[in-house]
Design a protein around this ligand. Structure first.
Ligand code: SF4
Length: 308
């Protein structure tokens, strides 16, 4: 059996080493669409494995740990979301990929943190009215950054929402006494943090920023899941890369759901033992695939444009 293993950047490095491809949500969705495999093991979280199954209904898709979910999914009550969507029936519903399969069935577009700016800009350019779900922080940032007035659903990423601007300001002020300081932040972070960031971007865009950095920096603070820091340090050991401080809890900023992908569970999943995504009915798949394919086609076109 031809098995393909995909791992998200937020999994541990030993799990990433077992994967055929490591990437962010958009990269992994494009790979899942492009590659032909009998079985796909998704070392990530449930909504990612579901997205993979929706794109490849004929492929066996296995999530190593059934409980690897995401707070953006668990904080979204589907009955309430459906009512909210009906309230704005003349709006285009844009949903972040961090959403359940059922959520995707009532969405017009799926976006990732890498293409959300461009897709929403395009919709506004076409004169559409837009609602955005489920990430409150990302929606607030888009409204602030581009002057939109999108109604936004109210759920957060429990990992990125921990960043608080007071602590970050304090750390940055201290480090500034020593030299240039930068802050890179993922748009799932709270708006006050994003307002003071030098760069706001997706996982891949932040990695590229670090890879291509050619200035002088005493410290570059990163406001995202701590796993990405390992990938960044592998790329640029010469830069002092530090996780931005958080305000409470365990004082670590690891996604508990991503870290449930242990080496042992991924090994088992590669042998076909794990949580198989086999519960999505045809109706769900046929409705959910449309907004996902719309997004994948948009991103492919953009990538081709950037190459030519
Ligand atoms: S880091 Fe946040 S958005 Fe990503 S899977 Fe974990 S809880 Fe969800």
């Amino acid at each position: 059996m031809n098995t393909l293993t995909l791992a998200h950047y937020y999994t541990t490095l030993d799990v990433q080493a077992m994967a055929d491809y490591v990437g962010d949500s958009l990269e992994l969705a494009l790979i899942a669409q492009r590659e032909k495999a009998d079985r796909i093991v998704f070392a990530g979280v449930k909504f990612m494995a579901e997205t993979t199954k929706i794109i490849n209904p004929g492929t066996q898709v296995i999530l190593p740990d059934e409980t690897s979910t995401c707070s953006l999914v668990t904080q979204t009550d589907m009955d309430a979301l459906k009512q909210w969507r009906e309230q704005y029936s003349d709006h285009v519903h844009v949903s972040y990929i961090n959403s359940s399969a059922e959520h995707k069935t009532i969405s017009d577009w799926i976006v990732t943190s890498r293409n959300v700016d461009d897709i929403i800009a395009e919709l506004y350019a076409q004169g559409e009215k837009v609602i955005f779900s489920p990430d409150r922080n990302m929606g607030a940032y888009l409204n602030y950054q581009y002057g939109y007035d999108m109604p936004v659903w109210n759920a957060v990423c429990e990992v990125h929402d921990k960043f608080k601007d007071e602590q970050i300001t304090y750390m940055m002020d201290n480090a500034r006494a020593e030299g240039n300081v930068y802050l890179l932040a993922h748009p799932e972070s709270p708006l006050p943090v994003l307002k003071q960031a030098d760069f706001v971007g997706s996982t891949k865009q932040m990695l590229d920023w670090v890879k291509d950095f050619n200035g002088e920096a005493h410290t570059v603070f990163i406001a995202t899941e701590e796993g990405l820091l390992h990938n960044m340090r592998q790329l640029r050991a010469d830069i002092n890369l530090q996780l931005a401080p958080i305000y409470s809890g365990c004082q670590c900023n690891a996604c508990p759901y991503m870290k449930r992908n242990t080496v042992e569970l991924v090994k088992k999943a590669q042998q076909g033992i794990g949580f198989e995504i086999n519960y999505l009915d045809e109706d769900t798949i046929s409705k959910a695939v449309k907004p996902i394919k719309r997004m994948l086609a948009f991103s492919k076109k953009q990538m081709e444009k950037n190459v030519t």
